[in-house]
Design a binder for this molecule. Sequence first.
Ligand code: ITT
Length: 194
Amino acid sequence: MNERRTERTISFATSNSHKFREVELALRRLGVGVKRLRGKGLEIQSDDTAEVARFASADAAKKYERPLIVEDTGLFIDALGGFPGPYASFVFRSVGSEAILRLLGGRGEEERRATFWSAVAYCEPQGVPRVFRGSIVGAIARRAAGRGGFGFDPIFIPAGDSLTLAQLSIDEKSRISHRAEAATKFGEWYVRHS
Ligand code: ITT
């Protein structure tokens, strides 16, 4: 898709610079510029990333007194009953990717299936949040590979691919990722409604 001139902007509240860059690249393709707010909204505990993003966006929009987006991601591994799901951040910080590889042990391809789910929530101060979802299906690699990206990128191989997300450039990841899909859905709506 051709890049369009940036005509609109939106604030994105996130503590994560990788997320910011991916969303910035995805929205730039729709002509939407992104301004970073380094704090984020309050994160509730829920099995559903959309609920987490919904609540956080309403909280952040009140705090920053402006319309904004927040994004929440979960990694759901089929053979582990959806673990770590929305607790991916805590699991990554506490035991990291290696623990996931150990948990899966020598399981075969079918049993390594996993999905990243992303929810981008838009909210105006005093408004009702609107949520856009995206996903990417793939498999947990047998070993970590690649230096790009962040979090579980070195152990996630998108379906139909042979490289991990960490082996892709950020430009490539920002075209195919769960977050890119959710951000693009938001951007298409935003362009129509702002
Ligand atoms: P926010 O400030 O935006 O909330 P965060 O890093 O806390 O940033 P999340 O809770 O949404 O974000 O992300 C949970 C964790 O899941 C994150 O710390 C990574 O370890 C992992 N993760 C999220 N998105 C990922 C991606 O695109 N690739 C690999 N791992 C990802």
